[in-house]
Design a protein around this ligand. Structure first.
Ligand SMILES: CC(C)(COP(=O)(O)OP(=O)(O)OC[C@H]1O[C@@H](n2cnc3c(N)ncnc32)[C@H](O)[C@@H]1OP(=O)(O)O)[C@@H](O)C(=O)NCCC(=O)NCCS
Length: 219
């Protein structure tokens, strides 16, 4: 049984605790956040909260694992920063793949949070620090690169290549064989027909590129 420290005190952290507790043999032992966000009683979900600055003194990297399933805020770059900080302390991050997801020997990186009813078809690879919320179809022979978020009920057809830091709104759809360049923001219900440009926003059916860059979008 692995002993896990979860980063964060918000919804994603609370849900990660719930899923690990109810759907794995892993044991969550603590939460960790930067000192400025420490709660007064240093407790969350019935477990101790430890300042991230000191966490390795109490939960050393050889004995404990980390999990940092954070939101896509700032085009997934906040989650990347925390993930890299955890790695630089020498921790190994776990990935959670729901027992209610359908997978086929896929290569899946670390610090991934893959919830119920995702279907990840054969020969598709998933990088590090990827969130697949519930109910996505991840088609065959695809690649999802690092620090990507799929919200819910996205259809990624076969042979797609998803660039790092991309975000997919609910119910968005990708034609087969497309390349979504780094930092793509695909709006909810958008239907993507062609390859996309880096750090761009696409909306509508058929999807059109908006003038603002994805780094400026509020969602
Ligand atoms: C791209 C996005 C951020 C645009 O949001 P926004 O800038 O707040 O858009 P607004 O609500 O100001 O709407 C601007 C216009 O675009 C339209 N619009 C907004 N989102 C749209 C979408 N996804 N598809 C088509 N039209 C859309 C609005 O109807 C409005 O039209 P109008 O000017 O004729 O009235 C939003 O559509 C989106 O995809 N958010 C992600 C939501 C999501 O998937 N959340 C997952 C839960 S974690």
């Amino acid at each position: 049984m692995r002993k896990i420290v979860i980063f964060g005190l918000k919804d994603y952290a609370e849900l990660a605790h719930y899923y690990l507790q109810h759907d794995t043999a892993d044991e969550v032992v603590a939460f960790s956040v930067h000192r400025q966000y420490m709660p007064e009683n240093a407790m969350f979900g019935g477990l101790p909260v430890v300042a991230f600055e000191d966490v390795e003194k109490i939960y050393p990297p050889g004995d404990f694992f980390f999990f940092a399933p954070m939101s896509p805020k700032n085009m997934n770059r906040d989650r990347e920063t925390v993930y890299l900080a955890i790695k630089s302390k020498g921790y190994q991050c776990i990935s959670y793949v729901s027992s209610k997801a359908t997978t086929f020997d896929n290569v899946i990186g670390e610090n991934c949070f893959i919830l119920e009813d995702n279907t990840i078809q054969p020969f598709t690879m998933i990088g590090n620090n990827v969130v697949l919320w519930s109910g996505n179809h991840i088609g065959h022979h695809g690649v999802i690169r690092d620090h990507v978020t799929f919200t819910s009920h996205v259809v990624m057809s076969g042979h797609c290549d998803i660039g790092a830091y991309s975000f997919f709104g609910v119910n968005s759809t990708l034609r087969n064989g497309l390349r979504i360049a780094e930092g793509g923001f695909i709006a909810m219900a958008a239907a993507i027909m062609n390859d996309t440009d880096a750090w761009s926003v696409y909306k509508g059916n058929p999807a059109e590129k908006l003038k603002i860059p994805s780094t400026k979008v509020r969602f």
